[in-house]
Design a binder for this molecule. Structure first.
Ligand SMILES: Nc1nc2c(ncn2[C@@H]2O[C@H](COP(=O)(O)OP(=O)(O)O)[C@@H](O)[C@H]2O)c(=O)[nH]1
Ligand SMILES: [Mg+2]
Length: 192
């Protein structure tokens, strides 16, 4: 497996009817809005603009489906924790997420992308609880680690490892750190 270089964008879904028709093993990417999910996808797939990277904290309301050859489907679900969401928007978000998690039989693992500077926020804890209940393998990717000093990195790593064991990887899209570890983790969970 020569990495995820051959990834392509498949489709964007605003609702259940638009979900990708693939039956490939599926990897879900979840995280707060603006945490660096799009940058993570681009870095993992060694592409500059496969996924849209926002300049300002954005409201990505849609589910984006990507595919790596005939191996794996990568699904970027909408970022949460965006402050100025109306009740209607929050309800639509909940429906879309429920529809996604309840209708996809091939989900193999969930990557929860967090900000390495902040650890898990209460929104992250909610998401973690949600996917833990569904019994998916979970990887914590702590991104933007380039913003940490060496000693902060060690401290963060230690804290996260105490809780999540080997299912933690410090990552940086900017410095391209953690890519191989992530690839290995994914391949281990995907192969059956
Ligand atoms: N320093 C640094 N900035 C990052 C990193 N990953 C993402 N960013 C920045 O964080 C902002 C949000 O990134 P984006 O990938 O669009 O986040 P998303 O909303 O979770 O998809 C952008 O300004 C990125 O350039 C990283 O590893 N290091
Ligand atoms: Mg994004």
């Amino acid at each position: 497996m020569a990495g995820f270089q051959q990834a392509v964008f498949v489709t964007t879904a605003v609702a259940k009817a638009g979900f990708s028709l693939t039956d490939l093993p599926e990897l879900v990417l979840a995280g707060r809005s603006n945490v660096g999910k799009s940058s993570f996808i681009n870095t993992l797939c060694r592409q500059k603009s496969l996924a849209y990277v926002g300049k300002r904290p954005g409201k990505t309301r849609y589910i984006n489906f990507y595919q790596v050859e005939d191996l794996i489907s990568i699904v970027d679900v909408p970022g949460y924790g965006y402050a100025n969401r109306s009740k209607t928007e929050l309800k639509a978000y909940g429906t879309l997420m429920e529809d996604y998690f309840n209708t996809r039989p091939n989900i193999r693992a969930v990557i929860l992308v967090i900000d390495s500077r902040h650890g898990l926020t209460s929104d992250d804890e909610d998401m973690l609880e949600y996917v833990t209940e569904k019994r998916f393998p979970i990887l914590i990717v702590a991104t933007k680690s380039d913003k940490l000093t060496q000693s902060e990195k060690m401290k963060t790593n230690k804290e996260l490892q105490l809780r999540f064991g080997s299912n933690v990887i410090l990552f940086s899209a900017l410095k391209h750190l953690g890519i191989e570890e992530v690839e290995n983790w994914i391949m281990n969970k995907i192969k059956t």
